[in-house]
Design a protein around this ligand. Structure first.
Ligand code: HEC
Length: 319
């Protein structure tokens, strides 16, 4: 677990300067995924495993029921409640809770309906480079490995891996109607609404959930103002910094570069300056870059604070 200096400072303040006792203690995620076990305020299970990734996608896995239960975007956890000796009121998540609407113990073997007879949580394995966990558990004797990831805001991919060939069909309970949409990988189908069927031989099952977009913008107690971090939090899914084209143009050498855009239905050529960068972030549909019309960029005017926007523009201008 990597804890940045702000956390150490909060800890020092707490221990040595009671008068300056911090109101909160954020666990700040650095370059590697952070894992924090314990109680999360507002969640029933006492065996929660909170996971914070460097791209500000966070989720909680309930080890008791062997399932991810919710995700949140932004900063990770304030675990002051776990440390203040008031009986562990639980860590507080620093973002908007977005439930995944999986059932309790959502994976069932052979028969979709009864709850599993035996559920065994076997811990997790961590990726050597990123620190990302793969959760290991057994449902009625069937070994399962699960990962949870987010390739874009409001998109969550649940991946189930079955290391040993199966003899029974498996079923996964997920209330798709509570989400904007749910896509299934090959070999998966809807047995009935809310129940995904995975064939016995299928070694890999992947479920892509498009969450209902958040209605309340994510707010932090202290909005972070770090350019690279803002980039990783909000832009990395669509923009590279090394010249590679993703869904949007790369951020490499933007300033002064020539752009062909469509503005008010008319084509225009411009040279990128800070005003254009700013406009591209807060009103992305004002000028659409030629060749990138397929996927519209999200409007960040309600997501970023004014200071965050300034920092982001400075960061982009310096790349
Ligand atoms: C869902 C994908 C997506 C995300 C997320 C996204 N963008 Fe974009 N962005 C695009 C697309 C597509 C374009 C090109 C079309 C257009 O001009 O709107 C674009 C264009 C831009 C441009 C103009 C680039 C140029 O070469 O002219 C800037 C600047 C920009 N985005 C900044 C950002 C920033 C900063 C963030 C994060 C806060 C961000 N974008 C997040 C998809 C995205």
């Amino acid at each position: 677990m990597k804890i940045r200096s702000s956390f150490i400072w909060a800890l020092l303040a707490l221990v040595s300067l009671p008068a300056l006792r911090a109101d909160y203690m954020d666990i700040v995620v650095g370059d590697r995924t952070v894992i924090q076990r314990g109680v999360i305020r507002g969640e029933d299970s006492a065996r929660m495993i909170a996971v914070g990734t460097p791209c500000d996608f966070n989720y909680a896995f309930d080890a008791q029921n062997c399932t991810p239960v919710m995700v949140w975007q932004g900063e990770f956890l304030d675990f002051q409640g776990e440390t203040n000796g008031r009986g562990g009121t639980g860590s507080v998540i620093l973002g908007n809770r977005q439930p995944l609407h999986t059932a309790i113990a959502p994976l069932r073997i052979a028969n979709a309906d009864p709850s599993p007879n035996e559920l065994r949580f076997r811990g997790y394995r961590r990726d050597a480079t990123t620190g990302a966990p793969t959760f290991l558990f057994e449902v009625d004797g069937v070994s399962v490995e699960q990962t949870i990831s987010s390739p874009a805001p409001d998109v969550v991919v649940l991946n189930l891996n079955f290391p040993t060939p199966g003899t029974h069909r498996r079923f996964y309970h997920l209330d798709a109607e509570k989400h904007a949409s749910v896509q299934l990988s090959d070999g998966l189908s809807w047995n009935r609404p809310g129940v995904i069927e995975i064939s016995a031989q299928q070694a890999n099952a992947s479920v892509t959930i498009h969450l209902e977009p958040q209605t309340t913008p994510f707010t932090r107690k202290v909005p972070f103002l770090d350019g690279p971090k803002l980039y990783r939090a909000y832009c990395v899914a669509c923009h590279s910094t090394d010249g590679v084209k993703l869904i949007g143009p790369s951020f490499k050498n933007l300033m002064g570069d020539e752009r062909h855009v469509t503005r008010d239905g008319r084509e225009q050529t411009l040279n990128i300056d800070k005003a254009y960068l700013r406009e591209s972030i807060v009103s992305p549909q004002a000028a659409i870059v030629k060749g990138y019309e397929a996927v519209p960029m999200a409007d960040f005017s309600t997501i970023l604070t004014k200071d965050q926007l300034d920092r982001l523009v400075d960061y982009l201008a310096g790349l």
